[in-house]
Design a protein around this ligand. Sequence first.
Ligand code: FAQ
Length: 331
Amino acid sequence: MYSQGLIGADGKTHEDEAFLAAFQARIDAEQKIEPNDPMPEGYRKTLIRQMSQHAHSEIIGMQPEGNWISRAPTLRRKAALLAKVQEEGGHGLYLYSAAETLGVSREEMTDQLLTGAAKYSSIFNYPALTWADIGAIGWLVDGAVIMNQNALCRCSYGPYARAMIRICKEESFHQRQGYEILITLCNGTEQQKELAQDALNRFWWPSLMMFGPSEGGSVHSEQSMLWKIKRFSNDDLRDKFINATVPQAEFLGLKVPDPDLTWNEEKQGYDHGDIDWDEFWRVVKGDGPCNRERLKNRNRVHREGAWVREAALAYAQKRAVREEAARVAAE
Ligand code: FAQ
């Protein structure tokens, strides 16, 4: 089902050594690569793969929280959640536009998502069962996103790096609104605190999986780090996230569901228990709790939105004809 695979990510493409060395020298000198610059085919394809997967994640990521907009407990919470979900959709649109600068069309990317040929982040295949899950998604999922995406603000490809600057600012608001939901629940009744603990129990491990496979399983990391698309390994970012998040859980009075989590004085960071990579790959390959539902919904809303796309296209065509007529008349 998922077959994007190794699309030239090894850099072993038709370019000659001198071209690849000159390109690497630009990267090493921290020059940004822009859409019209010469670039190895592997670099272009790696970016299309990562940026389109990223855009799809933002779009599919609207579903678990979107489901709670009508059930948010107060008007204030509803307004904040509505804004958040809308912003995630906006991030998807910037990222599709940024990916288009590499020569792939929005239609191709959309088609890959709708047919299940493209990946999106594993995390969105887990359900949001309670209101506390909305807090946990903001706190943990957006928290993981910020850790990963702050580094992407320094990505070597200009349009991706620039898109990430605004996206990170908005994700930072999202993280705080999630944490604030949990602060409220943890200061509430015993039952509310239990809901918060249950949400942490279910979202902790899937949030750690968001950073991607460890050393051996991360087939793209080495080349992507050489090209400075990625600045850190998946494991390094995961460790940074754990170090930042454990004290936040302690502040809430919640227990991180990892009996092996221990402070390592030497490395000044936490050691964590084993991640269930079988579960990760099952979810990535389409067999998570909500994969089918997410894709089915996305296909349904795409079909239902056909009239909007047709109307926008008809309007653009009419406007172009009017503008052309006005231009001819003015000559
Ligand atoms: N889920 O060699 P690596 C968001 C795949 S945005 C599914 O390490 P890479 C906003 C990977 O694609 C969240 N698949 O790959 C929001 C590759 O398969 P392929 C998304 C995964 O690319 C918040 C294979 O495993 N963020 O959440 C996952 O170097 C709240 C081998 O892996 C981004 O996309 C996974 N978790 O590193 C919205 C950030 N991890 O393509 C709503 C940009 C790995 O060969 C609510 N992306 N795979 O078939 C990245 O930084 C990187 O692509 C990584 C993976 C770090 C995700």
